[in-house]
Write a protein that binds this ligand. Structure first.
Ligand code: CUA
Length: 360
């Protein structure tokens, strides 16, 4: 029976691989396989740029390799047994010798998996504790209160009192401690190449510790279904070098400055729109209009909004045209966005966009 089935299977494989459809499908399969190997995967958890992601990737490979070895041993032994003990031509119909278990074998195949599971369990719990380890007091730590909101992230830096949205700036080789909470529903913070994933839950604060070891920009995503625009709740982490013009300290210095004054007539008109048409009731621009008590429902601090690379939680590239589109009809960019549609005229939208983009 077994021989017959394997014969059928091999016949089918030969027929399938020599057919025309195989000739068509094979290049597609190879292309897909090669596509999976390309290096352009901004959310690749197996290409770590921070210690949190590195620990996760290490566990992935540990389990992957170990499980592959165990799979090969089990399936190999099964295949050998099937080939060796299947009925051969000329065998009579009598039953093979019967037995009732083998104590020694059963002890071996119970003890070995148990030991493997115990060792893996201990190592895994060690990894969980390592990820949750509070940074030592004496080292430099960038501490940021992170609030998930429908559908954007607020980043409040504890030391410098800077408040930004969606783009988190940190420093290469410096410990980061995020304190995650939410203003409405449960969100989840995740920048796969740098850190592990952690929920942002209303009424609670959960820490997330990591240390980025590669400079550059890393994208992330809210990883908990949180409503209509969950898919448009992106995160960008910018890891600055310690020294140079692009250093983290320079970024902090730039952000601490008051908002730039408008220079062109269009920007001046835009400032007026910001102050009079309702924007200022939810948004702070330091030196222009500061909300006395930052309520949990207000929009992002816009003091340096022009310095961001994206707007609307990565939904759009930051430029004047996109800013105008966003303020004119937020819901057209981001479904159910909570920013009020102020029914701005085209001229007002253009002016306020020019003003906002000048706030570098
Ligand atoms: Cu916030 Cu999904």
């Amino acid at each position: 029976m077994f021989r017959k089935t394997t014969k059928q299977l091999s016949d089918w494989l030969i027929a399938a691989t020599s057919s025309r459809s195989f000739a068509l499908l094979a290049p597609i399969a190879v292309a897909l396989l090669l596509g999976a190997c390309s290096s352009n995967h901004p959310r690749d958890t197996l290409n770590p740029a921070g210690d949190g992601a590195q620990i996760s990737a290490w566990f992935f490979w540990l389990y992957m390799i170990l499980d592959t070895v165990i799979f090969a041993i089990v399936v190999g032994a099964l295949t050998i047994a099937l080939l060796k003990f299947s009925k051969k031509k000329g065998d009579d119909d009598s039953l093979p010798p019967q037995n009732h278990g083998n104590m020694k074998l059963e002890v071996i195949w119970t003890v070995i998996p148990t030991l493997i599971l115990v060792v893996l369990g201990v190592i895994t719990i060690g990894g969980v504790f390592k990820l949750a380890e509070k940074p030592a007091e004496e080292q430099k730590v960038i501490e940021v209160d992170v609030t998930g909101k429908q559908w954007w992230w607020e980043f409040d830096y504890r030391d410098s009192k800077i408040s930004t949205a969606n783009e988190l700036h940190v420093e290469e080789g410096t410990q980061v401690a995020l304190h995650l909470t939410s203003a409405d529903v449960i969100h989840a913070f995740w920048v796969p190449r740098v850190s592990g994933k952690r929920d942002a839950t209303p009424g609670r604060s959960y820490p997330l510790y990591f240390k980025p070891f590669e400079k550059g920009e890393f994208v992330g995503q809210c990883a908990e279904l949180c409503g209509a625009s969950h898919a448009r709740m992106g995160i960008k982490m910018i890891v600055h070098p310690v020294k140079g013009a692009d250093s983290y300290d320079n970024w902090v210095k730039g952000q601490l400055a008051q908002a730039a004054a408008p220079t062109t007539a269009l920007q001046k008109a835009g400032k007026k729109v910001f102050e009079t048409k309702g924007c200022a009731s939810c948004h702070t621009i330091r030196g222009v209009k500061e909300l006395s008590q930052r309520s949990r429902t207000t929009g992002p601090d816009l003091t340096h909004v022009g310095s961001r690379t994206t707007i609307a939680a990565l939904a759009l590239t930051n430029n004047e045209e996109n800013l105008a589109k966003w303020v004119k009809n937020p819901q057209s960019v981001k479904e159910a966005a909570l920013m009020t549609n102020l029914n701005l005229s085209d001229a007002d939208a253009k002016a306020v966009a020019a003003y906002l983009f000048s706030l570098k």
